[in-house]
Design a protein around this ligand. Structure first.
Ligand SMILES: N[C@@H](CCC(=O)N[C@@H](CS)C(=O)NCC(=O)O)C(=O)O
Length: 207
């Protein structure tokens, strides 16, 4: 059994998409990040970085419980444990890991910072808005280029790279990014949304 501590956020939704695709049972524990619940002592004991998502797998390595933070690490752990969605073929595997890292270190942070400076910052800082919004849109075009040449990010088959990338494309409005320069991302997003994992994870986070 997996305990999922999360909230309807771009980084959180990756995990229920994968759990649904794997058919692994889990219990969702909402952590209201708008109310600061990610900074409580109980949450910090699980994740000293004070963020979501976190999972606890009661059946971890050697049968012992394990707590895991950082969404990309969670995705790799679950994919390896269940032997799905992290390709074995060396080329597809390296493509999967490339796009997983692109999301975690590039597209995700740029969308997050663009949204912060556009929507939440107490003062409007034009240089910061210009920097991060431009970068978010550029990352979207890079993603579009990959999806123009391949059906899925790792190649012919869906992988954890697609599931990880879905969250910020789902929440693209926060960063003021759309599909106008990214028709291939739109095709891919619609395909992801129509799959059981995408549809059920979105429904979970819509209540
Ligand atoms: N690198 C982390 C980022 C996690 C993250 O930024 N989570 C956000 C929600 S998408 C959060 O917890 N925000 C609340 C906060 O920063 O206090 C991961 O991929 O898990």
């Amino acid at each position: 059994m997996i305990d999922l501590h999360a909230f309807p956020t771009p980084n959180s939704i990756k995990v229920p998409i994968l759990l649904e695709e794997l058919g692994v049972p889990y219990t969702y524990h909402p952590v209201n990040v708008r109310a600061g619940e990610q900074k409580t002592p109980e949450h910090l004991a699980m994740n000293p970085n004070g963020k979501v998502p976190v999972i606890i797998d009661s059946d971890g390595p050697g049968g012992a419980p394990i707590t895991i933070v950082e969404s990309a690490a969670i995705m790799i752990y679950l994919a390896e444990k269940h032997g799905r969605f992290l390709p074995i073929d060396p080329v597809a595997r390296v493509r999967c890991l490339e796009w997983l890292m692109f999301q975690a270190a590039g597209l995700g942070p740029m969308f997050g910072q663009a949204g912060y400076f556009l929507k939440l910052a107490p003062e409007k800082i034009p240089a910061a808005i210009e920097r991060f919004h431009t970068e978010a849109r550029r990352n979207m075009r890079v993603l579009d280029g990959r999806l123009a040449e391949a059906e899925w990010l790792a190649g012919d088959h869906i992988s954890i790279a697609d599931m990880a990338t879905f969250g910020w494309i789902w929440r693209r409005g926060f960063a003021d990014v759309d599909f106008s320069e990214a028709p291939n991302v739109e095709r891919w997003f619609n395909a992801m949304s129509a799959r059981p994992g995408g549809a059920r994870a979105v429904a979970l986070f819509s209540v």
